[in-house]
Design a protein around this ligand. Structure first.
Ligand SMILES: CC(C)(COP(=O)(O)OP(=O)(O)OC[C@H]1O[C@@H](n2cnc3c(N)ncnc32)[C@H](O)[C@@H]1OP(=O)(O)O)[C@@H](O)C(=O)NCCC(=O)NCCS
Ligand SMILES: CC(=O)OP(=O)(O)O
Length: 335
């Protein structure tokens, strides 16, 4: 990850303006390892959610030094009344009572999200043990979408060394949040995935993926992807966009020469828009597990605060990198 384009700059930004990040799963060994590395570096301070006794015992058991880090126990938090009141206000359209809020806030995912909402933490990373749905739902309910966005979606950044010595870096969306995006949602996903890619040095060439290449296959799903690509081209004329494309036509210059010769995106795409979450989630995991790519994400796009998810299959290195990415994007979004 050290030679990841943009990663050094992210660390540089955090060094100039250190942040705090809350980890909702304070006793997980991968979180503890990442937290101990962050504590040694001084630019991103971890806040671990959990009982002090349990977090310290886990740190000792796994052999990680988390001295200097903050532990906040939802069961013993001095500002819990204020948090409950804010929670009820945020969920008043759903009629949430203080008793119900108190129950929600016993859970690290809701509690951690409120720490960000209250400004006690700058950013949040969860999902080492929570499912994506359980990590993201509190954010969708309490933080909501950023102005100018209609949905929260997600982007994965995939990185692997290439023969030229430069890393190959790809962006994929939406592999984690929206189950069956509409045409307009696919347009928004394309724009946010391309934007996310630019933070990692990608000059976006966007492929809307399908089982058909420019009319070679027929079906409602093909029509949806083709229409979405046409809408995206109209909405973002400055972005190179093509669709519908099969994955091979999108990435392989040789296949592109056969399937759609002369096309400016085919064969060179580096931003991939999947038609639905089935294709996206399966697709990124194939790249990660069989294609030797490191996968960073899901990075939530369109959310009104820097909160990100992890795959439960993550390792400590990915937690560390995702923490830095999450906190660094605070500054970029606010700038
Ligand atoms: C994201 C997800 C959890 C939301 O669904 P849900 O928990 O059933 O929640 P609901 O549909 O009731 O929505 C809860 C709130 O989130 C909002 N919401 C749901 N999806 C949203 C989206 N994509 N963008 C913005 N807001 C969204 C709803 O408007 C609702 O707000 P409200 O409570 O203030 O009215 C669901 O779409 C999901 O499970 N996605 C797939 C996650 C997954 O399994 N990924 C694979 C592994 S990465
Ligand atoms: C992003 C993702 O697929 O998460 P998980 O592996 O935890 O389901």
């Amino acid at each position: 990850m050290d030679n990841f384009k943009g990663f050094g700059m992210m660390i540089g930004k955090l060094k100039k303006s250190p942040k705090t990040i809350v980890f909702t799963e304070g006793t997980d060994p991968r979180i503890l390892e990442a937290a101990s590395r962050l504590l040694a570096s001084n630019f991103l301070t971890p806040i671990l959610v959990g009982s002090e006794e349990e977090v310290m015992a886990a740190a000792e058991e796994y052999g990680f030094n988390i001295r200097g880090g903050r532990i906040i126990d939802p069961e013993n938090f001095d500002r819990i009344d204020e948090m409950i009141e804010m929670f009820c206000e945020l969920r008043k359209s759903k009629g949430v009572t203080p008793e119900q809020a108190r129950e929600f806030l016993k859970q690290g995912n809701y509690f951690g999200t409120m720490l960000v909402k209250m400004g006690i933490a700058d950013a949040l990373l969860g999902g080492a043990t929570y499912s994506t749905a359980d990590t993201v739902r509190p954010a969708l309910q309490l933080i909501k979408t950023r102005p100018g966005h209609t949905i929260v979606s997600s982007c994965f950044i995939l990185v692997r060394p290439s023969a030229t010595g430069e890393n190959e870096v790809l962006a994929m969306g939406d592999c984690a949040i929206n189950l069956k995006p509409s045409e307009d949602e696919l347009v928004e996903i394309a724009a946010t995935t391309a934007e996310c890619g630019t933070h990692f040095g990608i000059e976006p060439k966007v492929a809307f993926l399908s089982y058909s290449t420019l009319g070679s296959g027929k079906g409602e799903d093909v029509d949806k992807v083709r229409n979405a690509a046409a809408k995206a081209k109209a909405a973002y004329p400055e972005l190179p966009i093509e669709g519908e494309l099969q994955f091979d036509a999108a990435v392989s210059p040789r296949v592109a020469r056969t399937k759609c010769p002369g096309n400016p995106v085919a064969g060179q795409a580096n931003v991939f828009v999947f038609p639905d979450i089935n294709a996206g989630n399966i697709g990124y995991k194939i790249a990660q597990r069989l294609g030797n790519f490191e996968a960073y994400g899901p990075i939530l796009m369109g959310l009104n605060a820097p909160i990100n998810d992890l795959s439960r299959g993550c390792n400590a290195e990915e937690v560390y990198s995702m923490a830095i990415i999450t906190a660094a994007l605070v500054e970029e979004k606010e700038a």
